[in-house]
Design a protein around this ligand. Structure first.
Ligand SMILES: NC(=O)c1ccc[n+]([C@@H]2O[C@H](COP(=O)([O-])OP(=O)(O)OC[C@H]3O[C@@H](n4cnc5c(N)ncnc54)[C@H](OP(=O)(O)O)[C@@H]3O)[C@@H](O)[C@H]2O)c1
Length: 265
């Protein structure tokens, strides 16, 4: 039976991925902080799943999960899908809020992917699936630390992909735009960037999970979702001034999208 470790397993995208992986016959280690929710998910997904309670802001918990990964008899897939977003203007953010988003989204992800890669190189096979963000391309006002964590994650993953050549281990990085999950609902209500709400509707988590596994199966290194955002993301990544010049119009449009999203409940 193939085996996967999934962080963010209790979240919108993580749970959708776990459901698809369980349907493919994977045994799963479900990582998160919410023991009650993970126990319920474990019951839903069946006897080959097991919760692993870890707060990835805590170094000790990241180390414990790294040890768990190192000691697995076999690891076919490590899914890095945890994350937080604490929107606020940089000038209003304290040091704790800024560094927490880097610790959880970037530092813990790097340490855990390193543990996964070490384990998989020993067996000459395996895959990492990392959920990044469109925030890794053009920057997002009022979510600067979140964007910084995702820029960093992209740099780490693209570098790691170079190191993995010839090892038998693959890495697929997925950059979704807005996805209808508790994270997006929090961002909408807490004043996150209106750029999240430019599309008519956010994607649903099942669509993102399905596209992510398709990209993994195809051995793709990096995809942007929805796919029609790929060109605009590549353009604003190369020419951030383009985004800056369009910003007033985009923010006006995005604020309307945010109101529409919040009114749908
Ligand atoms: N939703 C979007 O619009 C969107 C867009 C682009 C990228 N993404 C990325 O997609 C990934 C999944 O996000 P989502 O939308 O599914 O959000 P979500 O529903 O809020 O899920 C977040 C997950 O992260 C886990 N998590 C948060 N803090 C943690 C901590 N300190 N220790 C351990 N686990 C922690 C949560 O588990 P517990 O609460 O159980 O700890 C939960 O399972 C994230 O990397 C996010 O940045 C989301």
């Amino acid at each position: 039976m193939p085996f996967a470790v999934v962080t963010g397993a209790s979240g919108g995208i993580g749970l959708a991925l776990c459901r698809l992986l369980a349907a493919r016959g994977y045994g799963l280690l479900l990582v998160g902080r919410d023991a009650t929710r993970l126990a319920a998910i474990s019951v839903e997904l069946g006897s080959d799943t097991q919760p692993f309670i870890a707060d990835l802001e805590r170094e000790a918990d990241v180390a414990a999960l790294s040890t768990e990964i190192a000691n697995r008899v076999r690891l076919d897939l490590f899914v890095c899908c945890h994350g937080i977003s604490e929107p606020d203007a940089v000038a209003k953010s304290d040091a704790t809020a800024l560094s927490r988003q880097i610790s959880i989204n970037l530092t813990a992800s790097m340490i855990l992917m390193a543990a996964g890669v070490r384990r998989m190189i020993r067996q000459n096979t395996g895959n990492i699936l990392c959920i990044g963000s469109q925030g890794a391309f053009g920057g997002m006002g009022d979510s600067a630390a979140y964007a910084a964590s995702k820029f960093g994650l992209r740099g780490f993953c693209l570098s790691l992909i170079q190191e993995l050549r010839g090892t038998g281990v693959g890495l697929t990085l997925v950059h979704p735009g807005a996805v209808d999950t508790p994270m997006l609902r929090h961002e909408a209500a807490a004043g996150g960037s209106a750029l999240n709400f430019l599309n008519e509707r956010p994607m649903n988590a099942e669509h993102v999970a399905t596209a992510a596994l398709k990209a993994l199966d195809a051995g793709k290194s990096e995809i942007i979702l929805p796919v029609w955002d790929s060109l605009s993301m590549r353009l604003v990544s190369g020419w951030p001034d383009l985004l800056h010049s369009l910003l007033p119009t985009l923010l006006r449009h995005g604020e309307k999208g945010r109101k529409r999203y919040l009114s749908r409940g």
